[in-house]
Design a protein around this ligand. Structure first.
Ligand code: ATP
Ligand code: MG
Length: 430
């Protein structure tokens, strides 16, 4: 027998049985993003490796060990995007959109990271990425958080909490870096290999380590919040005042540093206790240095990325996704003439009643078999084409969701009859 092929480890299929929650999330988010004035952009899944090295930073888990990087036949080093902010920043610069612009953008799609696959952690996963470029904040920082809070409410998800922190200006971080370095050097023996490497690269990243053995060491480290300058403090307290005014609850977590190098000022994370080891469902932060770091003119930016798979799991737990839409009509045909006519009648109905959903029995079968399929489709009505009825010039329509007799009409009046019967059955399309 031919060997069956498997999907790549950590890369999942989403089957029809599960697609409802995905589509629900996508629909609600698109609507919400429109309500808040964000526009969709689509950027490539593959970018030059250099882009991610320069934006995410050399001393991060992503760049050090998680990127899918390959050399294409032209000899270029390319990488499957591990996140979308870098690509959007690149797109804004390379399309000349920057020049003092105020851009509110979003994109969605697959991201790729070579991590150890486990529940809630995959090698191909999906994100919605929302970015506001050209706004120094903190009003826009609060707007992005409010959008998230509203999303959870719309989706009926209650087990999420908001954590916020400030990483301050780059000057404040530089000052803190010295204090942190002194502390880490004093405890160098307790560091793991990753952290020791980061001592010379980016010591702040040590605080983001997931190694439980470093927990105590990290807990004892000096706090960035003790090193914030006046400008950093003002930004952060203004953000908190807006959130307070909006009635959005948050926890200030001074240990929240986030995995990427490009963040400054506000960082935030929506976390849940409902997904086991994986707790982050939506993570974001301000990246005022990123655009200039990539060769654009200095422009502030802030954004967040939402992990679709994790939110889909929360939607499943909340049971809030609406049931799949059933068709209005299922067409059953028996007899040579009836079967030959069925495709035409179905097309005629779709023409007359767009969005009603007209499924046709395919591949023949007895009336009994066809009725069973009609029932399983969830259709509201069965349209029955039989040679004997066609002899008399009529077709029959029968409600499927309750005990009821069938009605007959001539073909020319079928659209009107189906419309009337769908109304009587209180059937609604989208
Ligand atoms: P984590 O702490 O879980 O590793 P992260 O800090 O690496 O997350 P980000 O890079 O900020 O995550 O990505 C934003 C969101 O994308 C996360 O909050 C999470 O919901 C989701 N996410 C990140 N990595 C994965 C993955 N490998 N599989 C599924 N979802 C992921
Ligand atoms: Mg990660």
């Amino acid at each position: 027998m031919t060997k069956q092929l498997q999907a790549v480890r950590g890369m999942n299929d989403v089957l029809p049985a599960d697609i409802g929650a995905w589509q629900y999330l996508e629909r609600e988010l698109r609507t919400l993003l429109w309500e808040y004035g964000y526009e969709e952009v689509r950027v490539p899944v593959v970018e030059h490796t250099e882009l991610f090295r320069r934006s995410i930073g050399e001393h991060t888990d992503i760049v050090e060990k998680e990127m899918y990087t390959f050399t294409d036949t032209g000899g270029d080093s390319l990488t499957l995007r591990p996140e979308a902010t870098a690509g959007i920043a690149r797109a804004v610069i390379s399309n000349g959109l920057l020049r003092g612009a105020r851009l509110k953008l979003w994109t969605s799609g697959p991201m790729f990271r070579h991590e150890r696959p486990q529940q809630g952690r995959f090698r191909q996963f999906h994100q919605f990425s929302v970015e506001a470029i050209g706004f120094p904040g903190p009003d826009v920082d609060a707007e992005l958080i409010a959008l998230g809070a509203r999303l959870w409410r719309r989706l009926g998800i209650s087990r999420v909490r908001l954590m916020i922190n400030s990483l301050g200006t780059s000057a404040a971080r530089a000052q803190y870096r010295t204090a942190l370095l002194d502390y880490c050097r004093a405890h160098e023996g307790e560091l793991d290999a990753d952290s020791r490497r980061r001592l010379t690269g980016n010591p702040l990243r040590i605080l983001d380590s997931k190694n439980p053995a470093l927990r105590a060491l990290i807990d004892g480290a000096p706090l960035l919040s003790d090193h914030l300058d006046a400008e950093s403090r003002a930004h952060f307290s203004a953000l908190r005042a807006i959130l307070d005014g909006l009635g959005i609850a948050y926890v200030v977590n001074p240990r929240l540093v986030r995995g990427l190098d490009y963040y400054s000022h506000t960082v935030f994370e929506w976390v849940t206790d409902a997904l086991g080891a994986q707790d982050a469902v939506c993570s974001g932060g301000r990246y005022d240095g990123l655009l200039s770091q990539l060769g654009g003119e200095a422009t502030p930016g802030i954004g967040f990325a939402l992990g679709v798979e994790r939110v889909v799991t929360l939607i499943g737990q909340a049971g809030s996704a609406p049931a799949a839409l059933a068709p209005g009509v299922y067409v059953i045909a028996s007899g040579v003439r009836a079967e030959a006519l069925a495709p035409q009648v179905a097309e005629q109905l779709r023409e007359a009643l767009p969005r009603v959903g007209v499924h046709v029995n395919l591949g023949g079968g007895s009336f009994k078999t066809q009725f069973r399929r009609a029932d399983r489709s969830g259709a509201c009505l069965a349209l029955i084409l039989g040679d004997a009825e066609l002899e008399r010039g009529v077709v029959a329509v029968k409600p499927l969701r309750r005990e009821a007799g069938q009605s007959e009409c001539v073909l020319a009046e079928l659209g009107a009859l189906v419309r009337k019967m769908l109304e009587e059955e209180s059937w609604t399309s989208t």
